[in-house]
Design a protein around this ligand. Structure first.
Ligand code: FEO
Ligand code: CA
Ligand code: CA
Ligand code: CA
Length: 749
């Protein structure tokens, strides 16, 4: 994801005004039963206890080597164009953007000179990832066999100007644009440039083997492959709604709407208990446009597109600036490029691509170990800006729960609960098992209450609030799933400060979510609530306002049930600079100060909670980073009053907001482990089963490399990883790094 101060993709698409704290509190006090609950919950949480309606968890630990303390020396803040690790740790690169996927493809020049279309190269902008071991028979196993597939998401092409000799071109002009969602005029873009840009998105699957020098990837594996925005896949969903779902996806590619092409903007990820990979489609909305003079879309389509931040109207011919990459401007005979134009140019939806935006925004399941397995869109998990999908601890005989964030300002946190109950014999069953768990179930959205409890609100047409929603007339449950954001508005979900990754604590099943940050337009002292309680101005350097450093919220499902409709929550950590005064609510020091948490993941080997940042607020004093935390549990801290102060339109605004905060961790339990190269974010982390090797992704080093005019040369903000000897020197590249402890020990302890 882009740092908040340079991106446009995270501008709020949510015009609805959900209730904030004072409104919620007032409503609670009018209702005697809720007054009782409120008093009980606040009182008990204030004492660091759980309310008696929320029974402490049954221990379902799967981790074997839970840490009680961290065993490395903290890494100091750094502005170096390098990966910084604690003493006694080393890393090497597994692969970087553009590396060949097989031995027939040329080595990467790192000058933008490749004349292939990148479909046989490692994609760009490495993001979420996971590891899948393969046994002697070539089947999926959870056992460390020294042979595995690494599946990596490739998020976006914000830096795709670095992948052409002199940057992206349009109308024959070079280096015209570098902002991913900046404006193109309506010239036509070169086919090969666009093919590269399309194919560097998606997912890469490569086979790794462990040798004497550690893990490396094989160029000769038949399992190496890509899933790109061009890969055909079926649209799956609840059996009873499948026809209605397909009706929303009819295009000239498949007039029946049963098959669609590709996956896009793959950000966070998930791994299923049966051993498949979930890739999440995040900022797909800004890739489309509608050409000038096109017939306007119908009102309902426009409402839907608007709520998802997709262009809704034909461009003005007098000022034909497009928000997209201009991919649709290449002429074609097979609609490979035309599909990015939502114009209603045909007589019906089956003859054009007016519905193409409906085919993105999903969880896509991939079976990595089966080469010919076809990926599938899982519509039952809803359509939004999907950022990660994490499964709660599976319990035999109970439904599975998947937790998902929608990464845009003021968007929501969702939960999918499967109809099928967990059977461990399903491990290794591939896509057929995915059909079993991911097609039938119930979709919920989170409402965080001021009393420290929360509620899962089901998105269903049987709820009158959904069925009679004034702003959008849902036709059927398929419409609810495909327009989940609108259904979530209807039921009164809580708008959050940009939900990024979720993670599940293997020790107690609690669910954590990064809320990366928000800006002054969306968060100020009069617009806070208990779950998003901070509004302030950063003390120095960038002096950003809103909630510039973000926070991490966590919750505990009632009675530890995947099907719970109530939960208890608190704020695990508030990101802050150590000199942030009253905004530094978690007592951070120079050893563990951080800003804009994004990637979030628990090690099953150690129980460490790894926190990764994608920051634009604290980057005057340090590059983005990764920290290790050893958390306690929801309710281990207490109640706190947040004193907010911020200038809004030249006026100082203040407010006080009560919330619930986790116990301070101190440097013993929260420590900076890695600082990344200049302009990068740290995102995506997984490990070997023994916890001795950690894989981490470094995304978009040199993000702020400027695009210059036709004659000018690039001046790169970063030259990593070429500057440490990996591949051809020159331009910055995203990469997967492999971290080990020099003494062969477990990482982090
Ligand atoms: Fe793709 Fe939300 O970061
Ligand atoms: Ca992210
Ligand atoms: Ca600062
Ligand atoms: Ca500072």
């Amino acid at each position: 994801m882009r740092p908040f101060d340079t991106d446009t993709d995270t501008d709020s698409d949510n015009p609805s005004e959900q209730p904030h704290f004072q409104t919620v509190l007032a409503a609670s006090l009018k209702d005697p039963s809720r007054r009782q609950l409120l008093r009980g919950a606040i009182g008990l949480a204030g004492l660091g206890l759980l309310s008696d309606t929320l029974i402490p968890f049954a221990h379902a630990a799967t981790a074997t080597n839970m840490a009680s303390g961290l065993g490395f020396a903290t890494v100091q803040k750094s502005l170096l164009d390098a990966v910084q690790l604690p003493a006694g740790y080393s890393y090497k690169i597994l692969h970087a953007s553009g590396d060949p996927l097989n031995d027939k493809v040329s080595a990467f020049s790192n000058q933008g000179l490749e004349l292939d279309d990148w479909s046989a190269r490692i994609g760009d902008q490495h993001d979420g990832m996971d590891i899948f071991y393969i046994d002697e028979k070539g089947q999926y196993t959870e056992r460390d066999t020294g042979r595995a597939l690494l599946v990596v998401n490739h998020e976006s092409s914000a830096e795709s100007h670095l992948l052409h000799p002199k940057g992206q071109t349009s109308n024959g002009k070079q280096g015209k644009k570098f902002d991913q969602f900046g404006a193109w005029d309506l010239g036509s873009r070169p086919e090969l440039e666009v093919l590269k840009e399309i194919n560097l998105h998606g997912v890469s699957i490569v086979e790794m083997i462990k040798g004497p020098q550690g893990w490396s990837y094989r160029l000769d594996s038949p399992l190496n492959r890509r899933v790109t925005p061009q890969t055909p896949m079926p649209v799956t969903g609840p059996h009873a709604e499948l026809k209605n779902i397909h009706a929303l996806m009819m295009t000239a590619f498949d007039p029946k709407g049963a098959m669609v092409r590709g996956t896009l903007n793959n950000c966070g990820h998930g791994k299923t208990p049966w051993g498949t990979y979930l890739t999440c489609e995040e900022n797909w909305a800004k890739y489309f446009q509608i050409t000038p003079g096109a017939v306007p879309l119908d009102t309902k389509s426009q409402a839907s597109l608007k709520r998802y931040g997709v262009v809704t109207a034909p461009l003005n011919p007098q000022s034909p600036k497009a928000p997209s990459q201009g991919w649709h401007t290449v002429s074609d005979t097979d609609n490979r490029f035309t599909r990015w134009n939502l114009a209603a140019s045909g007589a019906s939806a089956e003859q054009d691509f007016r519905n193409e935006a409906n085919t993105f925004g999903f969880i896509v399941e991939i079976d990595p170990v089966t080469r010919d397995a076809v990926a599938a869109k899982r519509v039952a998990l809803g359509r939004f800006a999907h950022e990660a999908a994490v499964c709660g601890i599976p319990k035999v005989g109970e439904p599975l729960a998947f937790y998902m964030g929608c990464d845009t300002r003021n968007e929501y946190i969702y939960k999918f609960v499967s109809t099928a109950v967990w059977n461990p014999q399903d491990v290794g069953g591939g896509m057929a098992i995915g059909d079993k768990y991911l097609n039938e179930g119930r979709l919920f959205v989170a409402q965080f209450k001021a009393d420290g409890t929360g509620q899962w609100l089901e998105l269903t047409l049987t709820d009158p609030k959904v069925a009679s929603y004034a702003k959008y007339a849902f036709a059927n449950q398929a419409d609810v799933l495909v327009n989940a954001r609108l259904a979530a508005d209807a039921v009164g979900a809580t708008p959050m400060d940009r939900p990024e990754w979720g993670a599940v604590n293997p020790k107690n099943g609690e669910i954590y979510f990064s809320l990366t940050n928000s800006d002054a337009a969306n968060r100020n002292p009069t617009k806070v609530d208990a779950a998003n309680p901070r509004a302030y101005t950063d003390v120095d350097g960038k002096k950003s306002s809103g909630n510039p450093n973000g926070h991490i919220i966590r919750f505990h499902e009632q009675s530890d049930r995947s099907t719970a409709v109530q939960f208890q929550w608190d704020i695990f950590l508030f990101g802050a600079e150590e000199d942030a005064g009253s905004a530094n609510l978690s007592g951070l020091t120079a050893s563990n100060s951080f800003s804009s948490p994004d990637g979030l993941w628990f090690s099953k080997a150690t129980g460490i909670c790894w926190i990764q940042t994608d920051d634009g607020a604290m980057t005057d004093e340090t590059n983005s980073m990764m920290l290790a935390a050893i958390p306690g549990q929801v309710g281990d801290g207490g109640k706190v009053t947040v004193n907010n102060k911020m200038m809004v339109s030249g006026q100082e605004q203040t407010s006080q907001q009560e919330t619930f905060i986790g116990a301070a961790l101190g440097e013993a339990k929260l420590r900076r482990f890695l600082v990344c190269p200049t302009g990068a974010e740290v995102t995506g982390v997984t490990e070997t089963a023994d916890g001795k090797t950690l894989f981490v992704n470094i995304q978009h080093p040199g993000e702020l490399t400027p695009a210059l005019g036709d004659a000018a040369e690039f001046k790169f903000q970063s030259t990593w990883p070429g500057n440490m000897g990996y591949g051809a020197a020159g331009r910055p590249r995203s990469a997967t790094i492999v971290i080990t402890k020099d003494d062969g020990g477990v990482v982090g302890l």
